[in-house]
Design a protein around this ligand. Structure first.
Ligand code: GAP
Length: 494
């Protein structure tokens, strides 16, 4: 049995669509750029990922609780957070092709090229220079750098570039039905602010003591200039964020702790260590004093999957200023001089992972094509090697044949398992074909009912990854499979 080389993004997109994981949005109208819908299997996988994250935050940690804030927020929220003034991407157009690019991505692409050519020093220097220019908001300098590096438009092949301009990524709309009464409102570009504005509500109502965290899963919206690479960069996406409120001065220790904890999570859901790495930010976001990405090696290279940011007291301080409501916490613990730490605005370390990027990483990692059999019997087998706790269906119940009461027996077994884990029943087509159907959507266990079942109440379990079969008693199924597919198996590994 041999494994074939890595997959292209096109294979992933094709498989995701064909087997009900991800569809282009409003496809009958030719789709909407950078917007996607999750299908019947995709939504299960995504929900399982979200549940694993939610439990890893709010169940494994006594001091983390969750909320679900609205997408719409008071417009001043985004003034305080810095998004109105600073949530921009530098864009540049090629005058010949009229194609629009993100200036930073053009330079990052060049740095990747240097890396690939074995010139890592040059790549590093280029990224450092880009970081310096962007931090200084020197947009002319960014343009000059693109020209000096001889970066050409992929379509026209020329270096005929416009100025670099900043483009705000927030979507806006109006609230209020009557034009005169309406006011401009934004679709949240991150879920984090819903947590910040509820910091005191949660702290007081939950009697939370610093350090404590608030977790949230929800939609975010960004008018991305260049939206591409499938669900990697979308205009509507989902974030899973956790703000950890801490005593000022302790942020670097917590930053390190959360870096390690989050890396462990990704490994626990089955992403291999060699496909994960940390990447320190060259250019810090407007709110951070330290920031790192956890990158995953997608088919298009290592890219950000999660951000971990030390946000200081930037957000709470600004909310305090604009709302004129104190955002302080009274810390009654004693310092080394025996005095209470007293009132302060907590610092925050945030962990922020895109549910869609986590989905894409999980899906890409699971997608497996291998050659099985020998000689004339050699063929390719495609299957999704998903962690059993993440698979859309945990088990499929398959009668070997429909007659002689096997179908009824199989139905009864499927029904008896349904309340414990998601189980499907299939009696159409030859057994090999039915295994393949389950392999393609990542079902870890196929339970086969045969003539022996009718005699001794045993069945075979066929394991997805090894294709090995074992004979077990029907009475053991619930416990045996239930153990393997439980989210506990993920949580224990964190
Ligand atoms: N609150 C911090 C924050 O929003 P970010 O690095 O801009 O930080 C966090 O975003 C995560 O959200 C990213 O690591 C990524 O997984 C996800 N994300 C951001 N923009 C996205 C987009 N356009 N499409 C899909 N996921 C996105």
């Amino acid at each position: 049995m041999s494994q074939l080389p890595a997959t292209s993004l096109q294979d992933i997109i094709g498989h995701a669509k064909e087997y009900g994981f991800v569809f282009p949005s409003s496809e009958i109208y030719d789709g909407l750029q950078a917007v996607y819908d999750y299908g019947q299997n995709g939504v299960e996988l995504k929900n399982n990922l979200k549940a694993a994250w939610w439990k890893a935050m709010t169940q494994l940690n006594d001091n983390i609780v969750g909320i679900d804030a609205s997408i719409f927020m008071h417009p001043l929220t985004w003034k305080a957070s810095g998004h109105v003034d600073g949530f921009n991407d530098p864009m540049i157009d090629n005058k010949d092709s009229k194609k629009r690019y993100r200036a930073d991505q053009l330079l990052e692409g060049k740095a990747e090229q240097y890396e690939a050519e074995g010139q890592p020093e040059k790549a590093k220097a280029l990224l450092a220079e880009m970081g310096r220019l962007l931090s200084a908001e020197d947009l002319n300098g960014v343009r000059e750098l693109i020209i000096t590096e001889n970066i050409k438009c992929a379509v026209s092949g020329t270096t005929n570039w416009t100025e670099v301009r900043q483009f705000n990524l927030m979507f806006s709309t109006q609230v209020g039905s009557v034009a005169e009464d309406s006011s401009l409102i934004y679709l949240r570009p991150e879920t984090a602010q819903g947590i910040f504005v509820n910091f005191l509500n949660v702290q007081k109502s939950g009697r939370m003591k610093v350090p404590f965290g608030i977790a949230q899963i929800g939609k975010a919206f960004r008018n991305e200039i260049v939206a591409r690479q499938f669900i990697f960069r979308m205009r509507e996406f989902e974030q899973m964020e956790m703000q950890f409120f801490i005593r000022p001065g302790t942020e670097m220790a917590w930053y390190e702790t959360w870096k390690e904890t989050r890396l462990k999570f990704h490994k626990a859901i089955g992403l291999p260590a060699e496909k994960l790495k940390f990447h320190d930010h060259e250019k810090l976001a407007h709110y951070a004093n330290a920031a790192v990405d956890i990158e995953y090696e997608f088919p298009f290279g290592f890219r950000e999957m999660e951000g971990i940011h030390s946000r200081t007291d930037f957000d709470l301080k600004n909310h305090q200023e604009l709302s004129k409501k104190k955002q302080q916490y009274f810390d009654s613990e004693l310092d080394e001089n025996g005095k209470p730490f007293g009132n302060y605005i907590p610092y925050v370390v945030e962990t922020s992972v895109g549910a869609d990027r986590l989905f894409l990483a999980t899906f890409c990692n699971a997608y497996t094509v291998e050659t099985v059999g020998e000689g004339e019997n050699e063929k390719q087998r495609t299957f999704l090697k998903l962690h059993p706790a993440l698979a859309p269906f945990k088990a499929a119940v398959l009668p070997l044949v429909k007659k002689d009461g096997l179908a009824e027996k199989a139905q009864a077994i499927a029904n008896s398992l349904k309340s414990s884990f998601r189980t499907t029943y299939d009696d159409g087509a030859a057994i090999g074909k039915r295994y393949t159907r389950q392999d393609l959507i990542g079902t870890p266990f196929c339970i086969v009912i045969d003539y022996q079942t009718m005699e001794d109440d045993t069945v075979t379990i066929r394991h997805r990854d090894t294709m090995e079969q074992e004979r077990v008693a029907i009475s053991e199924l619930k416990e045996k499979i239930g153990y393997e597919v439980a989210v506990e198996r993920i949580l224990e590994a964190i």
